[in-house]
Design a protein around this ligand. Structure first.
Ligand SMILES: Cc1cc2nc3c(=O)[nH]c(=O)nc-3n(C[C@H](O)[C@H](O)[C@H](O)COP(=O)(O)O)c2cc1C
Length: 152
């Protein structure tokens, strides 16, 4: 199965760490939505969208990327990391999937080290996350996604 994940990860690279763990399971292309590139998502069997939570929501750039490039009817999954209050979580990405008749295979989230604003003064929250257990859970999640999409 050929899979790509379109992602945004800036604060501490927490989301990227989760995606790197998933990529350990094989056959996963990671596409940073902020780098200018030609994107052909048609050639993948399954597409993930991933982001940290910033201001109680995923990064708009990821949602816009999905709106622009996600082909109709493609299987999708969602990944996000958050410091303590996930807010809307994957909701805005789920809405795009619905608009484009894309089956949602699953959603993975875990805590990610957060030193935003006042949290910096106390040394941050969700320290050490994603931790070993989070990354193992992420690998397990991706194995399940792969099992749902056996072609290729
Ligand atoms: C500007 C900003 C806003 C954030 N807002 C939230 C929030 O609303 N809720 C939350 O739980 N975490 C929030 N966080 C923490 C991040 O979601 C968390 O650290 C996440 O793992 C960052 O992912 P990244 O390292 O891949 O960018 C915020 C972080 C930043 C920098």
């Amino acid at each position: 199965m050929k899979t790509a994940v379109c992602y945004y990860s800036r604060h501490h690279g927490n989301t990227r760490k989760v995606l790197d763990a998933m990529a350990d399971e094989g056959n996963l292309d990671l596409i940073d939505v902020t780098t200018r590139q030609t994107v052909r998502l048609e050639e993948y069997d399954c597409i993930g969208f991933a982001s940290g939570i910033y201001g109680f929501d995923v990064q708009k750039a990821v949602v816009e990327f999905a709106r622009q490039y996600l082909p109709q009817g493609k299987s999708v999954f969602f990944v996000y990391t958050y410091g303590g209050a996930k807010g809307s979580g994957a909701k805005s990405m789920v809405e795009i999937a619905r608009e484009k008749n894309c089956p949602v295979l699953g959603e993975f989230s875990c805590k990610g080290y957060d030193t935003f604003g006042p949290f910096k003064l106390i040394g941050g929250i969700a320290k050490g996350h994603p931790d070993t257990q989070d990354l193992e859970n992420a690998r397990k999640f991706y194995r399940k996604i792969q099992a749902q999409n056996p072609q290729g």
